[in-house]
Design a binder for this molecule. Structure first.
Ligand code: SF4
Ligand code: SF4
Length: 138
């Protein structure tokens, strides 16, 4: 995983941004580490017939349901579970990062959608031009 989300905001506010980018052949996706969901108010849980308890995301940031016992074991061992692909852009509270599939395919011009890498809740992308002083101004 490359890049990490999170602005320090702990609220479940939604942001109208894309969760995947296919504007070049790299293919970037926001992914969620579900271990970071433990303790989140947006987590739902249910007991399955197999005796296990599964948890998922009320906000549908991701669509997976994961064995709670496994998540708690990973958390206790401070292990990384692995990224679950986000269906929508993560919330500031999510443990999220960007996964880039084929970084070698990056065009010569570089990423043409740098806004995609902005952390959720981190504000808008700004480009500033700085002119070199001309000889006349020196
Ligand atoms: S994906 Fe984000 S919003 Fe959903 S349960 Fe996890 S931390 Fe909460
Ligand atoms: S490198 Fe940039 S343009 Fe290409 S897929 Fe990723 S975010 Fe989109």
């Amino acid at each position: 995983m490359r890049g990490t989300a999170g602005s320090g905001d702990t609220t479940c506010v939604s942001y109208d941004r894309e969760a995947s980018c296919r504007r070049c052949r790299v293919y970037c996706d926001w992914v969620i580490d579900p271990v970071g969901c433990l303790g989140c108010a947006c987590l739902y849980a249910y007991d399955a017939k197999d005796g296990r308890r599964y948890v998922g995301c009320v906000e549908r940031v991701h669509a997976s349901e994961v064995d709670l016992g496994v998540l708690e074991q990973y958390a206790a061992e401070q292990r990384v579970f692995g990224g679950l692909r986000a269906l929508r852009v993560p919330l500031p509270i999510c443990s999220a990062a960007i996964d880039s599939a084929y970084p070698r395919r990056l065009p010569e011009i570089g990423c043409v959608n740098p806004e995609f890498y902005e952390p959720p809740g981190g504000g808008t992308f700004v480009v500033r031009a700085h002119d070199e002083p001309s000889q006349r101004d020196v």
